[in-house]
Design a protein around this ligand. Sequence first.
Ligand code: NAI
Length: 462
Amino acid sequence: MAEFDVIIIGGGPGGYVCAIRCAQLGLKTACVEGRGALGGTCLNVGCIPSKALLHATHELHEVHENFEKMGLMGAKVKVDWAKMQSYKKDVIDGNTKGIEFLFKKNKVTYLQGWGSIPAPGQVKVGEDIHTAKNIVIATGSEAAGLPGIEIDEATVVTSTGALSLAKVPKSMVVIGAGVIGLELGSVYARLGAEVTVVEYLDAITPGMDAEVAKGLQRILTRQGLKFVLGAAVQGVDKAKGKNTVRYSLRKDESAHAIEAEVVLVATGRKPFTKGLGLEALGVEMLPRGQVKTDSHWATNVPGIYAIGDAIIGPMLAHKAEDEGMAVAEVIADKHGHVNYDVIPGVIYTTPEVACVGKTEDALKQEGRAYKVGKFSFMGNGRAKAVFQAEGFVKILADAATDRILGAHIIGPSAGDMIHEICVAMEFGASAQDMALTCHAHPTYSEAVREAALACGDGAIHA
Ligand code: NAI
């Protein structure tokens, strides 16, 4: 008889959530994690530590930019980088220990070490072989890097090194204007570094609504970030004390170089499945290195499933969590489901950016008739009161049925506000449904209602 009903390999947001749900569904569950702490990239070197630094530096920005405007006077605040790092560490430790507590509470066995699958139904951790009826691969992703650029995680770094730099650099080049580049670029710009973002495409935040991307670039430029767009980075020359980033402009192939103390390579991530033994097992993979699964997260090898960044789809902690819960249901003979059409995306800059569903470009490509309801935070009293009136809410609805098809927000707490639209979309709501829902005053969320009103007879405060 197998020792466990399920062994999950990987203790990140996909894996640990899957483990807890499996245990809640009555399955005897173990979770294997090799990094010495639960929570994966997200809690240890991703979402959570970056949010700690974003929070601290946002407060710094407020002190410098807005305190005097509100009559809060005094000596300027100084940065103690070591203390900020220790605050970040406390945040990480508190969160990862919290997952250990949840494992104990739910009776999930935590197997510490790197796992591999020597044969179907077996998971090897260190020298021990454990048996399980089902195995879930939740091993996540790693920074993809760029060919020809050697990462040392000291002055040429991925997001991991960028979260723990020895000191605040005077200058930083960020390669890639995606989520990581803009979030961590913002952190260091607020700390006083001269930050230049070099991006291959002609716009920042690939795949996002074009109007939001333009608006965000304008706002971040005002905050001091510089952008070089349409530029392909070819390499980084390392020398003591400085790095030189070489790039060519796509429009005329002219060659350029920028010097910086630190270079952050933020050009995407790739699935991490090294050392699992998948090739020997005959697990089918996709050309870009993801584990191939069916619509129930099953691989071609019976009893082996995969979820999260290791499979296809957006590399987002919450997408992995949803898949973790859904595959647990599938393994427990219930009905696991993920609605991939309603997965929000958030960038935690100031202001935040949040989106869900279709962009205007996607709707145009589909040839679908749609209407746009847009409302600026300039018309939102609460946002104006706290110097956060930049940005807007844009709701896209079907021209004939008024059903909400997508929403794009750039503004204060956008990452929280997006969820009322997600819920509305899950229930197939129309923009009018949202417009008829009473929204408390004074809140940022009133801007969402106003955008919904703008899909119909018009917003009130526009
Ligand atoms: P990304 O895919 O978001 O952006 C990478 C950018 O690098 C792209 O704009 C690409 O055009 C550019 N690029 C690629 N090669 C280049 C070159 N040679 N020269 C110049 N530019 C080049 O990847 P990123 O920011 O590294 O994030 C990785 C993953 O982690 C993403 O899937 C992201 O969604 C996820 N993530 C999500 C967060 C959130 O939800 N807030 C936070 C951090 C990461």
